[in-house]
Design a protein around this ligand. Sequence first.
Ligand SMILES: C[S@@+](CC[C@H](N)C(=O)[O-])C[C@H]1O[C@@H](n2cnc3c(N)ncnc32)[C@H](O)[C@@H]1O
Length: 299
Amino acid sequence: MDHEMTEDIQGTLNAIEQHEWLLDWSRFGERVDALEMLEFQILDRIENVMYLHGHRTDLAVLYRRAAQLWLRLTDINTQLFQCLHDELVASTNPAATLRQQVSTYVGKGTLRDPVGYDDLDVLVNGLFGIDTEPEETRPLKPGMIGYQATPARFILDLVERIPLGPDDVFYDLGSGLGRVALLVGLLTPAQVRGIEYDPGHCAYAQQCARHLPVSRVRFINADARDADVADGTVFFMYTPFRGNLLQNVLDRLKRDAHRRPMTIATYGPCTLDVAQMDWLALSGSQEPDDRELAIFQRL
Ligand SMILES: C[S@@+](CC[C@H](N)C(=O)[O-])C[C@H]1O[C@@H](n2cnc3c(N)ncnc32)[C@H](O)[C@@H]1O
């Protein structure tokens, strides 16, 4: 690593260290930025250089400083999440409390990547206690897609655009670690079900739910092809499966849709497949876009 790079790291580190206001709970977005900078622009970089070129004392010193700062800022976030979590649990109106928390700490958020995650996702993971992504505990079958979280802003979009009342039953097909179901359960009065094939992911979601005021949310460890979803009124899929498996699940929904109104919301590549179904109509006049939330109504 050349001198210029060492100076660059030192400059970034000095700047973050001088920003004492990063320790204020209210500076959540800036703290998330600083943590990312420490992780990707300093810690990862130094690790790579030392891995490739061997130990360097000056870099080791910078590394220790950056690691301490990272721990300090992470600790502030942990305290904040605990406080917000306690407030949510004690609230008589968790939906209003959560909306207030989001508006106070995230506002409109900083989109780190147009199709990726933002500060809202960091807040949601912190509140729900999702700190690690567990390994898959059951090998996926052909057509099944592994875990990846829907960016939380699309779930806020979903609850804005689909009026979910106490008579609704919302299903997240392929619910992963439970973020979608938990958010919908907190923000709406609907009954909520998460169907997840992987037993480890399902247990993780159940564990998160135990610590939140979400008595109307249940997680069921099942293959979406076999699960009884006949009471569902609103379904969500973040591309949990494709090909024949997706078609099989859509055929079942189509049979049930004759009996009652049904809304299907999708995100990701499965949107383009669902848009091909002649029994569903995409809400709004736009073309289906796999980078946005799509909402389909039964015709
Ligand atoms: C892309 S992730 C979406 C996770 C979750 N909906 C979210 O947005 O946070 C897809 C999930 O579907 C699950 N899955 C795949 N095939 C499934 C099936 N046939 N039945 C139930 N779950 C399935 C995977 O294990 C994975 O957790």
